[in-house]
Design a binder for this molecule. Structure first.
Ligand SMILES: [Zn+2]
Length: 202
């Protein structure tokens, strides 16, 4: 799909060829461009400004039985639903909706690390509550040596790395096991974030 957008700095038109989807079994070489965000970046030919584009896009990892759809609007939700009902083996898939490239990248990192994104959102919720302030956390990686999860956390215009003990994550898995309604609700296309979680814990 060829698209055009306006440069946020100088107003020039930026043309960019955008893929509708990436299947990482078919094209494993494209995964790095997704994870680095390069796939979503458009560069202005006049002033060099780089900006992130949000467009309808599907990340598909058949080996992980994972689909992440960028564009959490009704049209995307409907397309994801029709894919889900298209064959019985899709029932075992995790189908997630996100509304920014950053969230898409985070989902891939979470599932690549073998974690549950629901338990991870619980982990963010618990961490913010203990800190006594609203935190915007994005999962980065597991640090096995430190037995911790690392999150990116913006503070005073800078990005800090916040370490949360793996024991907190394990406690959240326990909460998840005691609240089966969460997993039930996550079958089918769903946007799992703090707003989703708040529907269960308020
Ligand atoms: Zn420009």
């Amino acid at each position: 799909m060829n698209t055009q957008t306006l440069c946020a700095r100088c107003g020039s038109t930026i043309h960019k060829e955008l893929p509708a989807s990436v299947n990482v079994r078919v094209a494993p070489e494209k995964k790095a461009a997704v994870l680095s965000g390069e796939l979503f970046l458009a560069e202005c030919p006049v002033c060099g400004q780089r900006q992130l584009l949000t467009f309808p896009f599907l990340y598909h990892d058949p080996d992980a039985q994972l689909m992440v759809w960028l564009g959490a609007d009704e049209a995307t939700r409907a397309r994801a639903s029709s894919v889900l009902s298209s064959s019985p083996e899709m029932q075992d898939y995790r189908i997630r909706l996100v509304d920014s490239p950053g969230e898409l990248i985070e989902k891939i990192k979470i599932f690549d690390a073998g974690l549950s994104d629901i338990a991870l959102e619980l982990c963010k919720f618990v961490t913010a509550r203990e800190a006594g302030e609203p935190l915007t956390l994005k999962f980065l990686a597991i640090d096995s040596a430190e037995a911790a999860l690392h999150f990116a956390s913006p503070k005073d215009g800078k990005m800090e790395v916040l370490a949360v003990g793996l024991n907190v994550y394990e406690d959240c898995c326990g909460i998840l096991a005691r609240n089966p309604a969460l997993e039930e609700n996550a079958k089918g296309p769903v946007q799992i974030d703090q707003a989703w979680l708040a529907k269960f814990f308020d």
